[in-house]
Every structure is written in C-alpha cells, then in structure tokens.
Ligand binder design. Structure first.
Ligand SMILES: NC(=O)c1ccc[n+]([C@@H]2O[C@H](COP(=O)([O-])OP(=O)(O)OC[C@H]3O[C@@H](n4cnc5c(N)ncnc54)[C@H](O)[C@@H]3O)[C@@H](O)[C@H]2O)c1
Length: 301
C-alpha cells in the first residue's frame, strides 16, 4: 500500500466513463490514494459526475471533463485540457463502455419485409472499440514524452475488457465482438508499449452490479452466484496500473477474485493448438522481429 501511494501521490489519472459504476469506483480509489483524477464522461453524465467530485476528500484534485470518446476532436481536447490543468498524464484507464439495448438477431423488417439496419450494433463497436482505440493512441502519444519515473516508465494504461473478451456464451453479439477487440488492442500494443516505456495492461471483469447489469444482477445475487462489487474491479484496476511488473497482462475479476490470464494463455499455446502451431508462430515472430516489425501493405485505393 505504501508503494502504491508513493506511485500515485501527486500523479494524474484520466478515467473514461468515470462518472458511474466501475469508473466512479476507480475515481474514488485513485483520489483516496493521492492522485489527481479526471472524470472523462458524456455531458449527460454531469448529474453523476458533479456529486462524485464533491464527495471526494479533496474535490480540487478532481476534474469532470464532458467528452464523447468516439469524437476525436473532443477526446483530443480532453488530453490537452488534462495536461494544461494538472501538468502531466501518468495513468489512463480506458473504461467507458456500453452494451446493445436490442438483440443483434432481433430482426425488424420494413413494410416490404426487408431487414432494417440497426445502428445500435455499430454504436457498441464505436464506443467500446473505436473509443478505446482513441483513448489508447492519445494516452501513448502524450505519455511517450513524459520523463521516465523512478521505475523507468513514462506512464501506465489499463484497458477495461470483460470476460466477454474471452467467451461468447452470453450471445450479446456486438458487445462480445467489441471486447474481443479490446483484448486484441492489449496484445498488439505491446511492441509500442515497450518502445515508448509505457505499460499497457487490461482488466476483464465478470458480472458487477452497475447500469449495464441492472436487468439481472439482483436475480443473479439471489441465486447465490458469485458477483464482483464495483470496488473489487476498481481495486484490481488500480493495482494493475501501479504494479510495474505488469506489462501486457490481463486480470480477470470474477466473484471478487482476481486472476492473471495472459501468461498462462501464452504458455498453453502448444497444448491448446499443437506444438507445430507454436513453432510456426514462434518462427514467424522471429522473422517479423528481425524486420523491425510487420511490413504494412501500401495503400491500394
Ligand atoms: N458491469 C459489469 O458487469 C461489467 C463486466 C465486464 C466489463 N464491464 C465493463 O466495465 C466498463 C464500465 O462499465 P460499468 O459496468 O461501470 O457501466 P456503467 O454504465 O455504469 O458506466 C459506463 C460509463 O461510460 C460512460 N460512457 C458511455 N459512452 C461513453 C462515451 N461515448 N464517451 C464517454 N463516456 C461514455 C457512461 O456515461 C457511464 O458513465 C465498461 O467498459 C464495461 O463494458 C462491466
């Protein structure tokens, strides 16, 4: 705890989706441990964000910035405003997320019997994946020019994925696809993270009572099924962000327990996909590493 406080005291964290649910718990934890914290949430979340700021022990250490993370101009301004206000961005938690409000295969047809487009399925990808990409790119860009800290890093980014980033059984199609995408961002960011001295990790919560799960969380609890509290997820996110051993890791948070799942996955490739696949993948990695990275195709159009 002392080391955590030392690594957070006077540092600055941006939490997207920080006005409600898990994000609000993350904000409270960071502030309690001495960090300045920026609540980056939609303008419509002001009614939650403002009382949250006032409930903190030192409200002057928190700032609510209304922003839609899918709009580049707005999220870019969020990072600039944070720097202007607090000086430097040390921690970013890409936490904002939504779930579809209508089933992916709940078909609605027009008068002619043709399937109608459902913009809701794009919105989930837009917020959870495109918005997380915006957050990740801006965080890396701003952190790469920070001076190195006492541990040799320039910043720390945590991406909120989900157990839906690893399983698809809930059949919440857009959400599951978006969260698999967030896990892809974690894995594909590691080369840049190492190059720039920024740690990029993820936390993948299972069921946690918030707005997203309000349709079933009471019933789930009554059934005696293990559920997180928002504070459990927030603690895991803070610990992940602060512990300098964490680089490219993903921590599952289920029923209040935490388990790292990227290292066992990497170690299990041979038993999961076969020794031949492991060998092909390892040799290909060596090849691309020797080239200094994957050579991108030229633009065709
Ligand atoms: N609750 C769970 O069981 C659970 C499980 C796994 C993962 N998660 C993930 O945890 C994260 C937090 O979710 P939560 O459960 O606290 O939900 P929540 O609905 O309580 O909070 C989400 C916050 O994100 C904000 N937000 C939505 N769209 C935004 C946008 N375009 N720009 C900025 N802010 C935006 C909302 O206003 C809200 O404050 C999400 O990424 C979610 O997918 C939650």
């Amino acid at each position: 705890m002392a080391a955590t406080k030392e690594r957070l005291d006077g540092k600055t964290a941006i939490v997207t989706g920080g006005a409600n649910g898990i994000g609000a718990a993350i904000v409270r934890h960071y502030e309690a441990l001495g960090a300045n914290v920026v609540i980056a949430d939609l303008p419509s979340a002001a009614a939650s964000a403002e009382p949250l700021v006032n409930s903190l022990s030192n409200p002057s250490k928190a700032l609510f910035v209304p922003v839609n993370i899918t709009i580049w101009r707005e999220i870019s301004a969020l990072f600039q405003r944070t720097k202007a206000h607090f000086g430097q961005i040390d921690y970013v938690v890409a936490n904002a997320g939504i779930m579809e409000t209508r089933g992916f295969f709940d078909f609605e047809t027009d008068a002619g019997g043709n399937l109608m487009e459902d913009e809701g399925v794009y919105r989930v990808i837009d917020v959870n994946l495109n918005g997380t990409m915006n957050t990740l790119r801006l965080a890396m860009f701003h952190m790469m020019s920070n001076p190195v800290d006492q541990d040799g890093f320039r910043g720390s980014i945590v991406l909120t994925s989900s157990t839906s980033g690893f399983f698809g059984g809930t059949a919440v199609v857009s959400y599951v696809a978006s969260k698999h995408g967030v896990v892809g961002l974690l894995r594909s960011s590691q080369a840049a993270a190492n190059k720039y001295g920024v740690r990029v990790n993820s936390v993948a919560p299972f069921v946690t009572p918030t707005f997203i799960t309000e349709g079933y969380s009471t019933l789930y609890k009554e059934r005696g099924l293990p559920m997180n509290k928002a504070e459990d997820v927030a603690s895991a996110i803070i610990a992940t962000s602060v512990d300098v051993q964490n680089r490219g890791r993903c921590f599952l948070v289920y029923g209040g327990k935490t388990k790292e799942i990227e290292e066992p996955r990497a170690a299990a490739v041979a038993s999961y996909m076969g020794e031949d696949v492991r060998l092909v993948m390892d040799e290909a990695k060596e090849f691309f590493d020797e080239l200094g990275g994957y050579p991108l195709p030229r633009p065709r159009f």
